[in-house]
Design a protein around this ligand. Sequence first.
Ligand code: ATP
Ligand code: MG
Length: 345
Amino acid sequence: MSGNGQMESIIVTRDLRKEYVMGTETVHALAGVDIEILRNQYVSIMGPSGSGKSTLMNMIGCLDSPTSGEYVLNGQAVQDLSDDNLARIRNREIGFVFQTFNLLPRATALHNVELPLIYAGVSSRDRQKRAAQALEIVQLADRMDHKPNELSGGQRQRVAIARALVNDPSILLADEPTGNLDSSTSEEIMDVFDTLHENGQTIIMVTHEYDIAARSQRVITLVDGKVEAQMSVDYYLARGLKQPTAASVAASRPASPEAEPARAPEPGPAPEPETAPAPEAAPEPTPPREVATSPPPEIAPSVPPPTATPVDPAPPEATPPAPGTPRPISNPWAPPTTPPADGGR
Ligand SMILES: Nc1ncnc2c1ncn2[C@@H]1O[C@H](COP(=O)(O)OP(=O)(O)OP(=O)(O)O)[C@@H](O)[C@H]1O
Ligand SMILES: [Mg+2]
């Protein structure tokens, strides 16, 4: 809440576009996205495969730059920032949780959670203290010395959540956080998100599952790189909808007389979308070097144990981008290449 009692916007995008040139074809992964998300909101992003959800998360998380459009994060226009400043913003403002956990397989839970602090230059003692506190928040105080393969799937994801929280980010971004978990473990993770949200954390989560989205306050549905609907969860609950099918999305357009405002105050209706070509399957943002390749990080065999002072972990791309395509950031935790002008936080 701002001083004048207004709800504060933490994310505003205006006509955000992301195009990938693939030979003679241009993929409009984002085809003009206007969203506004308020501080402390808990928002789900849904939509069919290839609709641009991960691309939007990459933009919001400053992992990649839009082709055009505006993005204001916490009052700062992001689209004009240098790579170094983007790295700083990522480190300070954003916590990432991925479907595949992206933990270092040979590192303990504690060390995995320390990782963003290592990149942020925090001293060893402070790191361990803060990482331990973050693991306590996700109720893993008794598993700090376990490596990922000594943890259950839900526990691994809780380690990843602790890692996302350890820098006290303004926003927690989670791209299909329960995508690799069974339903009861998914509930466990959603309980953690509920608690974080109750404590004021802003959360943006991509999910394909309506039961998961129903735990949030508001659902933004993307279709073909555009916002098709922005509805309160109650709207969908009242209709017993389980999946954001094309029909349910069409039925839930804000223009519908039955459309409801979101539970939390909405900044305004989404602009009506234009047209865009249908996209196809999509990659996740890639993890740090140690886990940049599939198979899942927990079973990746040829990974050296992380050290307390990692070198710049930005890995080579597994697949080279199309000519003229800006490279997305592979490691959300990578530090800026030059020291901050303001001496850091
Ligand atoms: N690096 C890239 N190069 C070319 N096209 C890309 C790239 N990244 C994404 N795309 C395309 O952009 C579109 C949107 O992809 P995105 O990953 O955002 O979809 P998504 O909604 O997250 O899908 P899913 O539910 O399957 O994860 C897809 O058509 C995808 O093929
Ligand atoms: Mg995706």
